[in-house]
Design a protein around this ligand. Structure first.
Ligand code: SAM
Ligand code: DTB
Ligand code: SF4
Length: 331
């Protein structure tokens, strides 16, 4: 009997010269072929299908002066709930401990700011970073633009990653945000890199962009050198009161395609299946995991909107048969 040998692995080459045409052709592949290609890359570059659980907490909620049309925290949107007090160090650390106990190993903290403010609030942010790190967790901050000095201070405090998304393509950007430029975002990313902090940078789909906009966003991300260590893929959560409240729901398979393409372009980056999971069924989420998503936000709220609860995520991961750090430790 002759056994036909199938090649289930692939030579991984990390490229920073992807063209928009190449990326658009990947996004448009027959889904079944795109999934196969993404799995080959993922299984070779990141053996073991291990999913990181990241917990997210809004430290400063609402009242943000930027006009991001998707964001419930912008004062330009009637959804904004300004005036919520900022959380103090003690309550943030308490939440981080609880997140660790429930199995998360990354703790992400958000501030609804255009840019980081100096003074007591920044000192508190630094202390939060130190305390999260001392729990043995990765710490991530998302708080808008920052200066070189602030990036250095965050690095000294032990910050693992800074999240600053490009959100959409350079071409579609002006339809979404007018109060800061794409260039401002790229410069923020550069300051984070120069300080030696890893980058968490991705975008949102479902905001009226075309397939070529999606390819263009992925081109900017995948031609950064090095690639962002973590790439969140968000499906728009169309929040009532925001300018994008009436956008039709994102097709779950479009999220699968974005995840798979991001995996192929940036083989070693952590691709995080982020906002919009409540709108995805179990099957679409499992397809995303299969296509190479290797991180999720874990816990029943994102910043201001809902996320699947912990027990349903435990069930999801068990059904998919993927491992988390927690499940590996329990073995
Ligand atoms: N203010 C900081 C900033 O903009 O960099 C940090 C917080 S901001 C809320 C973080 C990211 O959340 C945004 O860049 C955007 O990609 C994502 N986001 C916000 N609202 C969203 C929504 N309704 N649906 C999907 N993603 C959203
Ligand atoms: C990211 O890319 N998505 C997260 C995190 N980084 C900060 C935020 C999603 C926010 C969704 C809307 C909300 O909950 O307010
Ligand atoms: Fe402000 Fe960030 Fe929301 Fe934009 S996304 S309005 S910068 S909190």
């Amino acid at each position: 009997m002759s056994t036909k040998k199938t090649n289930h692995s692939k030579q991984i080459v990390i490229r920073h010269d992807w063209t928009a045409e190449e990326i658009e052709s990947l996004l448009k592949l027959p889904l079944i072929d795109l999934l196969w290609e993404a799995q080959l890359v993922h299984r070779t570059a990141n053996p073991g299908y291990k999913v990181q659980l990241a917990s997210l907490l809004s430290v400063k909620t609402g009242g943000c002066i930027e006009d991001c049309s998707y964001c419930p925290q912008s004062i330009h949107n009637s959804s904004d709930i300004s005036g919520k007090p900022e959380l103090d160090i003690k309550s943030v650390v308490k939440r981080a401990k609880a997140a660790k106990e429930s199995g998360a190993d990354r703790f992400c903290m958000g501030w609804a700011w255009r840019e980081i403010k100096e003074g007591a609030e920044f000192e508190a942010m630094l202390q939060m970073v130190r305390e999260v790190r001392s729990l043995g967790m990765e710490a991530c901050v998302t708080a808008g633009m920052l200066s070189e000095r602030q990036a250095m201070k965050l690095a000294e405090a032990g910050l693992t990653a800074y999240n600053h998304n490009l959100d959409t393509s350079p071409e579609h950007y002006k339809e979404i945000i007018t109060t800061r430029t794409y260039q401002d975002r790229l410069e923020t990313l550069q300051r984070v890199r120069s300080a030696g902090i890893t980058l968490c940078c991705g975008g949102i789909i479902g905001m009226g962009e075309t397939i070529s906009d999606r390819a263009s966003l992925l081109k900017v991300l995948s031609t950064l050198n090095p690639h962002p260590e973590s790439v969140p893929i968000n499906g728009l959560v169309a929040v009532e009161g925001t300018s994008l409240e009436s956008r039709p729901p994102v097709n779950p398979l479009d999220i699968v395609r974005m995840v798979a393409t991001a995996r192929i372009l940036m083989p070693k980056s952590r691709v995080r299946l982020s906002a919009g999971r409540e709108q995805l069924g179990t099957e679409a989420q499992i397809l995303c995991l299969q296509a190479g998503a290797d991180s999720i936000f874990y816990g029943d709220t994102l910043l201001t909107t809902g996320n699947p609860d912990i027990s349903s995520d435990k069930k999801l991961l068990a059904e998919a048969g993927v491992k988390t750090k927690e499940l590996i430790q329990q073995k």
